[in-house]
Structures are given as structure tokens and as C-alpha cells.
Design a protein around this ligand. Structure first.
Ligand SMILES: Cc1ncc(COP(=O)(O)O)c(C=O)c1O
Length: 478
């Protein structure tokens, strides 16, 4: 390991080397087991004699900071503990107020284990074909290491072509590789679209209840975000503010209510967008998992005026940690999006993109989706049956034919769903309320993700929830 030492002229060098290495260990910058550079290399980089460094190392070893292993090197001793953390310099720098607003927090790693995990947005990673992906990534690393240069911000051509083919087969979309821009998930797709389509202060409309992460992306682009209600037919088009420049919707499986936007609403939205000169962002994040009914045409397929941008994600069909998604954009936006992606982070990891192209081309993605559809269907049916049979007195399930979550309204507008969730959480149940995913006050409801919970745990989790509800209800009744 290289270590940074700065020597002050005129002071004894051995002492300076000793003190700076000791300070680095005590401050935790060098930790137990770290290898030090050889005395020869360190002496050469400092421009001092090797004996000077050897003497400093010997003192440090004698005091227990270092341990020399003959023929291997010198290491930080395994039993030293850092004591004084690195000095923090007070800083005058502050972010713009929006980034410090305490009303929201960016999510941390979602790896927490819950006994009964009904969180939304998580697929089942236990059934993922990791060995196939590993083989493809290793092959791509070998291939791309030879090229090893910056790549196309629009995304690897092979992946764009594979995505276009996948969309043609699975969603009936007529798109070519040139229409596809690869992104780090839907999240980056929306951020880039906001950058290229919106001026600060422009109005962007989102569904309410809706997907908070996209709302934040639009706000971060300085858009004025308007909440638009959702009913059983999806976004209520008549409630759209006429000055909205962008409308974000989840027509195939509304997040979080789970309803499907009716054909009439789809047509109305497209007509509205034409009349009001607005862009429509269609987020098709989990429609690969459709369990009943015929699929309705995507807005993208119905669009005759090139106003719809279709965004998709591999977070549900594969893994969210891969950070892979894409948008399908009209030709007039491709150059701007390529530039926006370049400005943001140039491009995504090339080997991973190549591996995903292989995963799609070998039919692995389609096979994994087929397999997981059966798994998720069984969970969904179990969850729906239990909600209908055991919670009918307190909850009203919202019909839904796709995706990895179900939602239900409370029968009473005064139901303390937040209290139910809190008490259930004390016994290991992770669950969201509709209000958690709403921007304006809403009627009480619950959202049950079933991507991360095995089928055999669903009944147990719901029993805990039922107890949490009954405890409250009986206290109110007593
Ligand atoms: C509505 C919606 N869109 C998109 C995503 C996926 O986003 P990303 O591709 O950034 O992981 C999610 C994940 O939960 C979602 O709920």
C-alpha cells in the first residue's frame, strides 16, 4: 500500500516517519493487517536513506504498532486499536436548501432481513441464476479488458439491440436499437429526461399515490411537481394541470395501488398530451409479471405523435443492485439523451452491459421471467386469498393483474393503518401504508409487496398483522 508522508525539512527524518505512521494507525487510516511499503520503496519515494526508514520501522515494531514477517513484509499489528478519529475540519460549505430538507431521506441499503418482508420493489434474489450471469460477466471482462476504453454513452449496441428485441416480443413494441438509451435504472432514465425536457420551474405531473423516487428526481431537476389523483382507471387525466410539460405514469401496474390504466384513459392521456404539448413518461417497471387478462397496448404503441418516452428496468426481472434500465425515446431526443448520459457519468459498466445482452440473447432472461412468474403467481394468489378471507372486515383489496405488490384500502376512513404497521413491525413484519407512498393526505390503505417474501411465510406475516389490528380494535372497542 502507498502511504502519504510529508517530511518537514530540518527535522529528524526517522522521528517524522515514526510519528506519521503511528498517527495514521491511531487515526484508523492504516488498519490492522495493512501491508506497509517495503523500506526500500518508501525510502526511494521519500528521497531518504533506507536505513532511516528501517530504523523508524524498528521503533514502530518495538512499540507494537507494526509486525515484521520474515520474507513477506511489514504489516500493521493485528491488536492495535485506532484511538483518535481523523480530525474533522468545520466547513463553511452547505448544499442548496432542497438537499437538506428534512422531510425526506434517501434510502440506505435495503439488505435488512425481516421475518416477514412485504416491502415493495424487491424481487426474489434467491432464485436468480447467478452462475449464468457470472459466466457472462467473466467472458465480457476478458473481451472488454482488451478494448478497455470509454464506450458509447447511449449504451452498448449489442444490449440496445437485445432490449429492442425483448420489448418487441414481450410488449409488442416496434423499436430499434437506435431508439434505446441504456441507463442506471428507471431512476437515471427519469433524471436524464427531466434534464433534457424541463426548464427549472416547469410543471411535471405525477400520480398520487405514486413512486417517491421519481418525484425526487423531478424535483432535483428543479421541476415544480404536481400531484394528480388516481382512480380505478389509473391517472385522472381531467385533473392534469394544463401547464404540465411532463406527465409520469405507471399504466401497466400503477405504483402503488396496482390498478391498470384503462384504454379510454390511455387514449385520453395521449390526446391531452397532444393538446397541451407535453411529454408522457411511461414507466413499465414490472409488467413482465402479468398474471391474468390480455395485456393492454403500451402508451408507446398507441402514441401517434412521438410524445411518449417508454422507460423500463431490470430491477424486477433481474436484480435492483445491477442498476440496469433503459428508455425508448423518439429520434429527436436521442442526441440530447446521449449527451445527458455523458455529462452524468459517461456510460455504464461495459462488461455488465455485454453480459446482459448475452443473458437476453441466450434466452436466459425470458426463462427466468417464466420461472419467476409461476413463483410470484403462487405468492400473489396466496396473499390475495388470505386478504380476502381473513381481512375482509377491515380491508378491501384493490384488484390488480400484474406486478409484485397488492394494495388494499381500509374499510374505515379512520383506520389507524400506521399504528397497525408499527405494531406489526415490532414482530418482524415490514409493510408500507398507502400514505407512505402518497404526497397529499389520502384514505388509509396498505401495500403488500410479495417479491421478497417466500410463499410459506405469507400466512405467518398476515397473522402477525391481524393480531396487530385486533389488539388495536379491541382496545378501541373495550
Ligand atoms: C414505479 C417504479 N418504477 C421503477 C422502479 C425501479 O427503478 P430502478 O430501475 O431505478 O431500480 C421501481 C422500483 O421499485 C418502481 O416501484
Amino acid at each position: 500500500m502507498d502511504i502519504h508522508l510529508s517530511l518537514i525539512p530540518g527535522e529528524p527524518i526517522t522521528r517524522q516517519v515514526f510519528q506519521q505512521i503511528r498517527d495514521a494507525i491511531l487515526a484508523g487510516r492504516l488498519t490492522a493487517g495493512d501491508a506497509l511499503p517495503s523500506s526500500r520503496d518508501l525510502a526511494a519515494s521519500l528521497g531518504v536513506s533506507r536505513n532511516t526508514v528501517i530504523t523508524a520501522f524498528e521503533h514502530l515494531t518495538a512499540e507494537g504498532y507494526l509486525r515484521a514477517r520474515a520474507g513477506v513484509g511489514t504489516f500493521v499489528a493485528s491488536d492495535v486499536q485506532p484511538i483518535n478519529r481523523a480530525r474533522k475540519v468545520p466547513s463553511a460549505l452547505r448544499p442548496l436548501p432542497w438537499w437538506e430538507d428534512e422531510s425526506w431521506e434517501s434510502p440506505r441499503a435495503s439488505g435488512t432481513e425481516y421475518a416477514f418482508d412485504f416491502r415493495t420493489g424487491l424481487p426474489d434474489s434467491t432464485a436468480f441464476p447467478f452462475s449464468t450471469l457470472r459466466r457472462l460477466i467473466v467472458g465480457e471482462l476478458r473481451r472488454t479488458v482488451e478494448g478497455g476504453r470509454y464506450a458509447d454513452p447511449q449504451g452498448e449496441a449489442a444490449l440496445r439491440a437485445a432490449i429492442a428485441r425483448h420489448l418487441a416480443v414481450s410488449r409488442g413494441l416496434t423499436v430499434g436499437a437506435d431508439d434505446v438509451v441504456v441507463t442506471n435504472g428507471v431512476q437515471q432514465a427519469v433524471s436524464l429526461l427531466a434534464q433534457v425536457l424541463l426548464q427549472p420551474g416547469d410543471v411535471a405531473a405525477v400520480e398520487d399515490p405514486g413512486y417517491p423516487a421519481v418525484r425526487r428526481a423531478l424535483q432535483a431537476a428543479r421541476a415544480d411537481v404536481a400531484s394528480v389523483p388516481v382512480d380505478t382507471d389509473g391517472l385522472v387525466v381531467s385533473e392534469l394541470p394544463s401547464n404540465a410539460k411532463l406527465v409520469y405514469v405507471t399504466p401497466a401496474h400503477q405504483f402503488p395501488l396496482g390498478v391498470r390504466m384503462s384504454l379510454a384513459r390511455r387514449s385520453a392521456l395521449l390526446e391531452w398530451a397532444g393538446d397541451n404539448d407535453a411529454a408522457v413518461v411511461e414507466d413499465d417497471y414490472d409488467s413482465d409479471f402479468r398474471f391474468a387478462g390480455r395485456p393492454l397496448d403500451a402508451l408507446h404503441s398507441l402514441d401517434r405523435s412521438g410524445r411518449v418516452v417508454y422507460v423500463g428496468s431490470f430491477s424486477k426481472t433481474m436484480l435492483p443492485s445491477l442498476r440496469l434500465g433503459y428508455c425508448v425515446v423518439p429520434p429527436g431526443l436521442v442526441t440530447a439523451l446521449r449527451r445527458a448520459r455523458f455529462v452524468a457519468d459517461w456510460h455504464g459498466p461495459v462488461a455488465l452491459q455485454g453480459a446482459l445482452a448475452g443473458f437476453i440473447d441466450e434466452g436466459r432472461l425470458a426463462a427466468h421471467i417464466r420461472h419467476m412468474r409461476r413463483t410470484y403467481l403462487a405468492r400473489r394468489d396466496r396473499l390475495a386469498d388470505l386478504l380476502d378471507s381473513r381481512f375482509d372486515d377491515v380491508l378491501m383489496r384493490i384488484p390488480s393483474v400484474a406486478g409484485l405488490h397488492l394494495a388494499a384500502w381500509a374499510r374505515s376512513d379512520h383506520a389507524d393503518v400506521a399504528g397497525w404497521v408499527r405494531r406489526a413491525a415490532d414482530h418482524g413484519v415490514a409493510l408500507a401504508t398507502v400514505q407512505d407512498l402518497s404526497f397529499e393526505p389520502t384514505r388509509p390503505g396498505l401495500v403488500f409487496g410479495f417479491g421478497a417474501i417466500p410463499e410459506e411465510k405469507i400466512a405467518g406475516g398476515l397473522r402477525v398483522l391481524r393480531d396487530a389490528i385486533d389488539r388495536r380494535e379491541s382496545r378501541v372497542g373495550s
